[in-house]
Ligand binder design. Structure first.
Ligand SMILES: [Zn+2]
Length: 142
């Protein structure tokens, strides 16, 4: 009897840093919990909708392209976190997503509200067992 099971395993040795980052075969994407009553979306697990108090949710994929609606260049952070970096809110086809702007110099000359970005992933490091943690951010799309 075979015990091999590969159907729903993530890519070998790669795990997403957050539960709402999906690394299945193909391009990575984010998912949100969407209230089936009012459509509000949340990236963390909720027992009830913060907008309407309903308790039913469905998992929906989030668009991987978006526009920057707000950003700040972070110059001070906890020890061990490289600075500066760009923290942003990105509108992904109507869903607000918090993420860092990556793959660009963290300089106000390079970033603006309204700029088009796309989801991008990067390695957060490899643990002692060879498992690579994958984080996400947004990079300029143009
Ligand atoms: Zn709701």
């Amino acid at each position: 009897m075979s015990t091999t099971e590969t159907t729903h395993e993530p890519s070998a040795g790669r795990v997403p840093h957050v539960d709402y980052l999906v690394l299945d075969n193909g391009d990575p994407y984010l998912v949100a919990n969407e209230c089936t009553s009012c459509g509000a979306r949340f990236f963390d697990r909720r027992n009830a909708c913060a907008a309407c108090f309903a308790t039913e949710f469905r998992v929906v994929p989030i668009a991987t392209a978006g526009t920057v609606t707000a950003f700040t260049i972070v110059a001070f952070a906890a020890p061990g976190i490289p600075v500066p970096f760009v923290a942003a809110v990105v509108d992904c086809n109507g869903t607000s997503v918090k993420g860092n702007i990556i793959n660009v110099e963290p300089d106000p000359a390079n970033i603006s509200t309204g700029m088009t970005v796309r989801l991008a992933t990067f390695s957060l490091g490899i643990d002692d067992n060879g498992v690579e943690a994958i984080g996400y951010g947004f990079e300029p799309a143009g």
